[in-house]
Ligand binder design. Structure first.
Ligand code: SAH
Length: 239
């Protein structure tokens, strides 16, 4: 039932993209219209409320973060392939994870799993600096180039295994992990500032993973809760 519903919504989105593309429909900025609809129907409707997160999701041009072949689907309610067997997450999941870590203007953020650079771009609108690590070198290079072209100047991209975090840039107020390990990496907990928030999918790729929110209080005590079942690509080890 929900599939039919999504399919119908997508047809409408696709139609509006075509009007914008031929420049004759009187639509000023079709992607912005699609983003406003994405935020209302997929994100606000599911309970994300943080006005700064909603504004960032309305602002960042998601269609510029997907391959040209996927552009017409950029604002649909599901993940998309970005090459190398990897995916850009469903818009709602990006918004949910971003809201969960309660990003503040002065925060330093770490992302593990740069992928397209989209989650990093969203975070960059909400914190002072984003450090993001990607294990697939061509994806990292492409995301770096894209973020620069789109003028997201407060993002630093590194190629490497994010399991180890980014010790030279630690501690972080916010850590967002967008690939799933089978346990929470100890270096990431260590690199969380007291008062910091870490969101991470945990589990194997053959089962439903748990999206967990982990918080370190001022005394360094760790609290963890499971927020939702999710499906992420696995966190690879190596390099
Ligand atoms: N956040 C991304 C989507 C992430 S998909 C976006 O907004 O587009 C998960 C990404 O994590 C993939 O690109 C994958 O190559 C990367 N990845 C997997 N294991 C990793 C690791 N150990 N360190 C860093 N990146 C990793």
């Amino acid at each position: 039932m929900s599939f039919a519903c999504h399919a119908a919504a997508s047809l409408i989105l696709f139609a509006s993209a075509c009007v914008g593309a031929d420049g004759r429909g009187g639509v000023q900025d079709a992607p912005a219209t699609e983003r406003a609809r994405m935020v209302a129907e997929q994100i606000q409707a599911r309970g994300v409320r943080d006005p700064r997160v909603l504004a960032a999701m309305k602002d960042v041009p998601r269609h510029r973060f997907v391959p040209a072949s996927e552009e017409a689907d950029a604002y649909r309610d599901h993940p998309l392939a970005i090459g190398y067997g990897q995916t850009i997450s469903q818009p709602y999941i990006v918004a949910l994870m971003t809201e969960l870590v309660r990003p503040q203007a002065g925060d330093r953020a770490l992302e593990v799993g740069t992928g397209s650079g989209y989650q990093a771009a969203i975070l960059s609108r909400l914190v002072s600096h984003v450090y993001t690590i990607e294990i697939v070198e061509p994806l990292a290079r492409e995301a770096e180039r894209r973020l620069k072209t789109l003028d997201y100047t407060n993002v630093t991209v590194r190629v490497g295994d994010g399991y180890a975090g980014w010790p030279e840039a630690a501690p972080f107020d916010v850590i967002v992990v967008t690939a799933a390990p089978d346990h929470v990496p100890a270096p990431l907990i260590a690199q969380l500032r007291p008062g910091g928030r870490l969101v991470i999918p945990v589990g194997s790729m053959f089962e439903v993973q748990d999206l967990r929110l982990i918080e370190k209080d001022a005394a360094g005590q760790i609290r963890s809760r499971t927020v939702a079942p999710v499906a992420f690509v696995p966190l690879r080890r190596g390099r």
